[in-house]
Design a protein around this ligand. Structure first.
Ligand code: NI
Length: 174
């Protein structure tokens, strides 16, 4: 979508839910109305992601249960991409990359995922498009689609690591 300077000024930073918040486990609902509220949500998601230094953010993480995610691998307002109602159509290959998540602060670990994906999605105006991605972008899109299904990257780790992550986050909060 086209983003103007006033769009950037009129977007805001939303609070991000932190693991183990139960709402991070909710399955988001399909977007049915492609209206100005949806466009504003996309802008707020982008602004929040940039402010927090992430490369991807899903609506679930800001406690909005709608199937919309944003990514940008190039930095603040450089190459924003918005996916509404994304569906993984095809996956191939395998890669193991280090991942982090704004909902799991200060924890990074390796996750194995398909290295090549094809996704169909809609833009904020309701136009369908297809996106093919590899490498970091492929992992990032899959990580964000997982959020829309109530899944976190730490779910791929061993039981022991998952317990350690929760302990670490609990300690960080107290
Ligand atoms: Ni995440």
């Amino acid at each position: 979508m086209e983003i103007s300077d006033s769009d950037k000024l009129n977007s805001k930073v939303l609070p991000i839910l932190v693991h183990p918040h139960p709402n991070l486990r909710m399955v988001a609902l399909p977007v049915e109305e492609f209206n100005s509220d949806l466009r504003q949500l996309a802008l707020n998601l982008l602004h929040t992601m940039y402010e927090e230094g992430g490369i991807g953010l899903a609506a679930t993480q800001v406690n909005v249960q709608l199937r919309i995610l944003v990514i940008d691998l190039n930095g603040s307002w450089k190459a924003p991409q918005v996916f509404v109602n994304p569906v993984l159509k095809y996956t191939d290959g395998s890669q193991t990359l280090e991942e982090g998540c704004l909902s799991v602060p200060d924890y990074y670990d390796e996750v194995e995922r398909p290295s090549h994906v094809k996704v169909t999605a809609y833009d904020v105006y309701g136009n369908e498009f297809e996106k093919e991605a590899t490498g970091l972008e492929a992992s990032c899109i899959q990580h964000e689609i997982d959020h829309l299904n109530g899944k976190l990257f730490v779910d791929y780790l061993s039981r022991l690591k998952q317990i350690r992550v929760r302990q670490k986050l609990r300690k960080a909060r107290s």
